[in-house]
Design a binder for this molecule. Sequence first.
Ligand code: ASP
Length: 590
Amino acid sequence: MRSHYCGDLRAAHDGDTVTLCGWVHRRRDHGGVIFLDLRDRAGLVQVVFDPDTEQAFALADKARSEFVLRVTGRVRMRDEAVRNPRMATGDIEVLGKELEILNVAETPPFELDEYGGAGEEVRLKYRYLDLRRPEALERFRFRSRLTHVVRAYLEKEGFMDVETPVLTRATPEGARDYLVPSRTHAGSFFAMPQSPQLFKQLLMVAGFDRYYQVAKCFRDEDLRADRQPEFTQIDLEASFVEEKDIMGVAEGMVRSAFRDMLDVDLPDFPCMTYEEAMRRFGSDKPDLRIDLELVDVADLMDGVEFKVFAGPAKDPRGRVAALRVPGGSELSRGQIDEYTKFVGIYGARGLAYIKVNDAAAGRDGLQSPILKFLPDEAVAGIMERTGAQSGDLVFFGADKARVVNEALGALRVRLGHDLGRVKGDWAPLWVVDFPMFEEDDDGSMNALHHPFTMPKCEPGELVDNPAQALSKAYDMVLNGTELGGGSIRIYRQDMQKAVFRALGISEQEADEKFGFLLDALKYGAPPHGGLAFGLDRMVMLMTGAESIRDVIAFPKTQTASCMMTHAPSPVENALLREVGIQVRKPDTDK
Ligand code: ASP
């Protein structure tokens, strides 16, 4: 229907007759001449209609925003004075000769030009209009090119793309499963995969050696800002490998993506143990662009009378940590209150602090509501260990270690941004030596990554002392975001059984749920390992998008529903009967 894209026309086309298709972006009437900015995937071009071309002029007069047009006309240079350097096509315009209105459009519910004017709900309801914005299109073009670059890299490295089932059994990755009722086996359910984990391992047993997939994963979780119930992974697995092999391939892939897409040469990826990351940054995905660090002070506090500190200092699961903020004594009472509220989100019950007015003046140079509770040695110890100088402020966290890490870890990042302490553009790293298990408050064990991760110890040691076991897992972190994670896997049955035992999964349950895996481990499973990247997060980070929803074409809301299609929705009784389901009324649920 067309000869050119609107946004592709340049001075070189001067004098050419072109046929364009697109949407009316803007329409202006200038004393008898009509200007239409016509928009398509490639951009905008100005089309002018004058009354001499009567028919086209009359139609142009009727055209309104977002009408769909086909225009034939001649490209001509604009007068010097009206050239628009901010527009890619700003040197030229098209003198419209023929115009066909292919479709009319109602006034859109929000202006496509005006940024941030419309609420997200409306924008998601009319997502196809929201996606007409050039910035949106640009992000999806980026995403498409990125997957292409990634695929090309992995293919070159000998990985092959294999699709794995979406209707399957539960794959334990720590979230709830989305279930699909079976009609042919009424009363039974498929689970949507939380990741292709077990299938990719079975492909290694099959001898495929190097697998990858751009795979949809489904997790029914309470959503946080950067989560979606369905999301995409770049998933890979290889046989006869150790940690360094998978980390090498993964790093190579990310490096080539950054080079090809952003012309960025990423710096070295340092390797940090989980223990160090938690100790220094309160997080297993530290943003290394921010130079603020946590310092442990529990040993200075276990004898003090101040219960808020002494309690956690004596608790083996507690932590007392200090965070020095250079120049922080400038913070106002209001700002400190604001940060206190902020750490409250993470369960912290307060945010103690000491302002250092004059470091040389000892106690007298300090200002703090908690100072009176602290003996001289404790105060001197804090000053020495944090290296606090005049003009600084020291924040404290004292609670269960989990609360302190989450609260001070998040505060550190927030302060880094608020106080302009984010240095450099990209700070990648690997976090390694994760604990194999996480202990719940009730003492039960959960796999920190997943139960197929290889422990660093023998099966016997694992069963005897699960809380101490480390795993051969690794996460790639960039600017405080986990880009991807993976591990070397268990490939021997005795080890897999030991892990299930440590998790409190009985042999019967293990057989029922993972019998197929345990079977496969009997038939010559090779050593193997892999990793999965979160593609959505990677695109978000690389394009500077604010939310993961900006890089997913049809995302769900924070309550996991689709504003446009109204999914999920009730279904007719007849359909339910077919799959053997009777829905309980919510109030009979209790
Ligand atoms: N299946 C894991 C995940 O989804 C990644 C991996 O271990 O390869 O996080």
